[in-house]
Design a protein. Structure first.
Length: 161
């Protein structure tokens, strides 16, 4: 009995064509995971003021930022079973990307240079546009987007000038 030829399989498999497209439920699960990761990172900053917690929180925020960017690239209405499901997903992705852009754009310029080196980007106009699109949609996170815009215009602009 001859041994059947098996092709070479690397220890770490990779695919040049990319992974299979995620399902609707997987996309929503990734969105909820990104939101939960952001909350967990913010709580890490609040809980402990040590250098270790700062680095840990920064890594979680970077992972969350990357997740929101990946989800924005996969925001295609044809992948969803209903328009309402897409509206919920779209409002969440726009809320995440808008909040990150708005938050980073309000930091001092010396911090922005370091963050851009680490892969973050911050554009105030883009962030406000994304939040406005999310707030005017029929999505689940529209109210939170509107609340974030309201607090930005009433509190943050008054404090930062």
């Amino acid at each position: 009995m001859a041994k059947k030829f098996e092709p070479y399989r690397p220890w770490i498999p990779f695919n040049l064509t990319g992974k299979a497209a995620m399902t609707e439920h997987e996309l929503h699960a990734k969105l909820v995971y990104a939101e939960a990761l952001l909350i967990r990172a913010l709580l890490t900053f609040i809980q402990d003021q040590s250098l270790f917690s700062f680095i840990s929180g920064a890594l979680k925020i970077k992972e969350c930022h990357d997740l929101f960017l990946k989800l924005a690239k996969q925001n295609d209405p044809s992948r969803f079973s209903s328009s309402l499901s897409h509206d919920h997903f779209d409002s969440g992705v726009r809320l995440g990307n808008g909040a990150f852009n708005l938050m980073i754009s309000n930091l001092p310029q010396r911090f922005i240079r370091y963050l851009e080196f680490a892969g973050f980007s911050g554009n105030r106009e883009f962030g406000l546009r994304e939040l406005e699109k999310s707030a005017t949609s029929d999505g689940l996170r529209a109210a939170f987007s509107a609340l974030l815009m309201l607090s930005y215009h009433t509190v943050v602009l008054q404090v930062l000038g």
